[in-house]
Design a protein around this ligand. Sequence first.
Ligand SMILES: Cc1ncc(COP(=O)(O)O)c(C=O)c1O
Length: 405
Amino acid sequence: MLSLANIKAARDRIKPVIRQTPLRYSDRFSELTDASIYLKLENIQRTGAFKLRGAMNRIATLSEADRSGGVITASAGNHAQGVAFAATRAGVDSKIVMPTHAPVSKRQSTERYGGEVILHGEDYDAAQQRAHEIADTEDRYYLHAFDDQAVMAGQGTIGLEILDACPSVETVVVPIGGGGLISGIATAIKAQKPDVRVIGVQAEGAASAPPSLAADELQSIDSAETIADGIATRQIGAQPFEILQSHVDEVVTVSDSEIAVAITYLLEREKTLTEGAGAAALAAVLHDRFSFADNEVIVPALCGGNIDMNQLTTVLLRGLVETGRYLRIHTILEDYPGALEELVAILAAYDANIYAINHNRTSRTVSMEKADVEIELETMGPTHIESLLEALREDGFEVEVLDWV
Ligand SMILES: Cc1ncc(COP(=O)(O)O)c(C=O)c1O
């Protein structure tokens, strides 16, 4: 069983290479939640995620025979980068099987760190199966992303850092994919301060931990669909599951929309870029997924920052929609000069800035003396949207809301 001693030994081993990441108090999120929020900024770890810690510790403890045969692993992205970086640094050859649709940025970085990328399958589980086949045929060491004691010990060094930097911590919130990260952190924390709560977070579309805990045995789900690709796994590991059962106080879930809002807020209010999995812990706090007291000292682990820029565009737009900062409406106008101006005058009076407007007189869905109009607007929040819609409707415009919740 993973122990505090394993984690402390891992810390000494990986110290020369990994960054001891900052724990930063957030005025904005503390204000918003009435708690004391300290963000563990693991998104600025080398390679952009905590995975380097576990991979370094595993490779450092391999036998000479295993090192010389090379390593192989499967990963949706961050473990891939951690393994490629750690292996190359240790002079070990690495192959990484990634799901076919793994984010381009993660694929490219893995190659840049010296790993050979093999694309295979729809998701992590399919990639993992292929990686095991290659491990068997090429006699490579299979470096598991989470179901491995040395990997969990490496991830657990984050728990040591949190306790060192913030001895008054009361609750630590950690995303769960395969469960390696939370296992390490929970072991490090509970061994020293058993009263500190450890809360796990999964994405609603990839939540195998709650049913597993309820059934008291590992359950796997049929699909794992979430924007948080780092935690899109169908099943947690056997060893992490045991630690989850004994050391984790509660596991909660968050929706993709809630994750998108957390990413948006982190960028806007903290100037901090995270990927979906990296924002999941904060999303759980912001959306009250577990109960906490006023002024409670809470540390959400922002465990990764590797987000594809294309995905970021989509996520930010979703975040703006969810927070009422973007509105798309449709209406039908009489087709006479000045009709559009009347509509725009109301938008201007309500300070709703226009991103784009599409005025279509040739639409076959409306009669010939009308025009079909779609407008994208920059808005200031839900209250602003409600009053704007009310004003438009009071003036006789039949408005259909296309994007807003
Ligand atoms: C950014 C990020 N957060 C959290 C996790 C979950 O870690 P674990 O699989 O150890 O639970 C991952 C896993 O890849 C990740 O990349």
